[in-house]
Design a protein around this ligand. Structure first.
Ligand code: DON
Length: 309
C-alpha cells in the first residue's frame, strides 16, 4: 500500500544525505568529451504526483543531458504514428546485452530486440525521420509541451560530441539498413537520434513530462491524451523488462518499478496511478546506470511502498 506524500521533502532530503557519498563508487560517462565535463557530485531527486504536486531536493532544477531517457519520448511518438505495425520492425524482448551491442542484431536479421537499446532507438529515429517533415523540431516541441516549458533545448556541445564519436551507432544503423529495416538516409537517422540524446532537462521537468505513463496515457496536468491506455501499458512493460539495460532484472527484483536510465546520470521510474520519480547523479556503474540514482529510487520505493509487484 502506497504511503502518503506528507513530509516527502524531508524524507527525500534524508535519503539524499545518506546516499550522496556513494557517487565516488561510479564513473562519469567519458565516451564523449562533453559528458565527462559534468561535476560528479551534483545530485537531485524530484517526485511528481498525479494530483499536480512536484517535490524536489538537491539540484532538481539543474538541466542535464537526458541521453537514453529520450528513448521513452521517441517511442511514444513512433507508437502514435505507426500503431501496431511498429512491432514488425522492433521487438519487445530484453536483450541481455550491453545497450550498444551489435552482435545480436546480425543474428536477428536487423530487427532490434527492443526500442530502448541503441539499435531499437535508431529504428525509432528512422520512423520519426520518415514520418515527420522536421522530426528533430517535432521531438523538442513534444517535450516542451509535456514539460510546459518553452526553454527546453538541445545542448549543441553534447550534440557535436555525439556526432564526432558516433561510429558504433552508425554501424548499428548501417547493419539494419542492409537488412532493409531502415528507410531514411543514415545521416538523417543519426542526426535525429543524437538530437534526442542531447536534450537538456531537469529532474523536475522530466518527472512532470512522464506523468502520462503513470496515468494510463493521459497527462493529468494539461488533461491532454498523450497515448492510449494500451500503449502506456506497453511502454511500462518494456521499461520494466529492459529500461535499466542489462541490470533490468536486478532492478525489478530489488525495486519493482518501470524505469529508464541514461548515461547523463538520470533515472526515471514510473509509479502507475501515483506519479514519477526522477533522480540525477552523473557517476555510473558498469552497466551504465547511475549508482546514486538507483539507490535513491530503491530507497523511495521502499519508504513509500511503491513496488508494482
Ligand atoms: O548512443 C549513445 O551513445 C548515447 N548518446 C546514448 C546512450 C545512453 O544514454 C545509453 N544509456 N544508458
Amino acid at each position: 500500500m502506497k504511503k502518503s506524500i506528507n513530509n516527502l521533502e524531508s524524507k527525500l532530503q534524508a535519503l539524499l544525505r545518506s546516499q550522496h557519498s556513494h557517487y565516488t563508487q561510479g564513473k562519469v560517462a567519458n565516451y564523449i568529451p562533453a559528458l565527462e565535463e559534468v561535476k560528479p557530485d551534483l545530485v537531485a531527486v524530484s517526485v511528481a504526483t498525479l494530483d499536480g504536486k512536484n517535490v524536489g531536493v538537491g539540484d532538481y532544477q539543474h538541466p542535464f543531458s537526458i541521453q537514453s531517457i529520450s528513448k521513452v519520448f521517441g517511442l511514444v511518438m513512433a507508437m502514435n504514428r505507426m500503431g501496431d505495425s511498429l512491432w514488425q520492425r522492433v521487438r519487445m524482448e530484453p536483450s541481455g546485452q550491453p545497450f550498444n551491442s551489435i552482435i545480436q542484431l546480425e543474428w536477428e536479421k536487423g530487427i532490434p530486440r527492443n526500442p530502448v537499446i541503441n539499435a531499437g532507438a535508431l529504428l525509432i529515429s528512422d520512423v520519426l525521420t520518415s514520418h515527420f517533415s522536421a522530426s528533430k523540431l517535432a521531438f523538442v516541441c513534444f517535450l516542451r509541451n509535456l514539460a510546459q516549458d518553452e526553454n527546453i533545448h538541445v545542448d549543441n556541445e553534447v550534440y557535436q560530441s555525439e556526432l564526432a564519436h558516433g561510429n558504433r551507432n552508425a554501424a548499428l544503423a548501417y547493419l539494419m539498413k542492409s537488412f532493409g529495416n531502415i528507410e531514411a538516409e543514415i545521416s538523417d537517422v543519426l542526426a535525429h537520434y543524437f538530437t534526442q540524446c542531447s536534450v537538456a532537462m531537469s529532474c523536475e521537468q522530466l518527472a512532470q513530462s512522464l506523468l502520462f505513463l503513470a496515468n494510463k496515457g493521459l497527462d493529468p496536468i494539461s488533461n491532454q491524451r498523450v497515448c492510449s491506455p494500451k500503449d502506456a501499458h506497453r511502454i511500462n512493460a518494456i521499461l520494466s523488462t529492459s529500461g535499466m539495460y542489462d541490470q533490468s532484472g536486478e532492478f525489478a527484483f530489488t525495486v519493482g518499478l518501470p524505469a529508464k536510465s541514461g548515461v547523463g546520470g538520470g533515472v526515471i521510474a514510473i509509479v502507475p496511478n501515483y506519479g514519477v520519480i526522477c533522480t540525477w547523479s552523473p557517476p555510473l556503474n558498469s552497466f551504465g546506470n547511475s549508482v546514486v540514482g538507483m539507490n535513491l529510487i530503491a530507497g523511495i520505493a521502499q519508504e513509500l511502498g511503491l513496488s508494482i509487484y
